[in-house]
Design a protein around this ligand. Sequence first.
Ligand code: GLV
Ligand code: GLV
Length: 325
Amino acid sequence: MKPQIFVTRRLPQGAMDLLEENFNVECNPNDRVLTREELLSSVKGKQGLLPLLTETVDGEVMDAAGKGLRIVANYAVGYNNIDLAAATARKIAVTNTPGVLTETTADLTMGLILSVARRIVEADTFARAGKYRNWAPLLLVGADIHNKTLGLFGFGRIGFAVARRAAGFDMRILYHDLKRAEAELEKQVNAEYVDKETLLKESDFVSVHVPLSPDTLHMIGPEELSSMKSTAFIINTSRGEVIDEDALVAALGAKKIAGAGLDVFEHEPKIHPALAKMDNVVILPHIGSASIETRTQMGLVAAKNMIAALRGDVPPNCLNPEIYV
Ligand code: GLV
Ligand code: GLV
């Protein structure tokens, strides 16, 4: 008999097909996020769980599944929604989908940089409202991107992919990370490793590409925002909680920084009401990896992790391989 798995939200067809070839798939029938109660009852008796970042998968969910649960295959690269220690304690594999969404997320990051600096969304709204009467020297003037300084917090796959794009815009690239990258990588994009203070002080665009963890929670707070140039923009396509959103609202309100491009929010899907009222803020509903190609690839990667684990192999993107030794 095929293993039983539960998928918390319908994925692109290619991914559903691969899962259905291999498993007895039960899937959330509704086009909405499951309630906690629905999640707890749906996982019962399953060997595999495929959640999204909208589901908190903790020990309670794992125990609700029962002793047969062998893998939680997250449909995301970030896995802050999964209690990894709880899974490891229960010898349940946890996997993510790294790699396949790197370029797509980097594309959107550039989109946010361009949008906030050149006021693209604001200009579109203006034109649609029939307000374009005549060309004028100062109509919707913004800031240049080329020859400016981009500061990257996090120089992993996504940070580096953003740097590659920014190099094409002749940007100067600074980065800060826990450890310095290989000289070869730095050279490819002409990136300079600097301390946090230098990055904040010198960057015209500060873009965040770190995973959410207790160490990165509110990594950008009042002090960091105050250290930025008043002409600088902050961009976030990682996790909302990395930026203290109240501090961000205060900094924008006091014009300590020039604007923000945000794909993620501290209390997602809630968006701070003040942000939504600011013309110098571009707000996106967490669409960093949202191309049909990438969302399909993410599903295929999650499915392959599921297939390997339920066959008894170490899945390719296992985050807790120590359970297999
Ligand atoms: C999306 O936010 C992801 O972590 O894949
Ligand atoms: C982070 O998850 C990255 O891919 O850099």
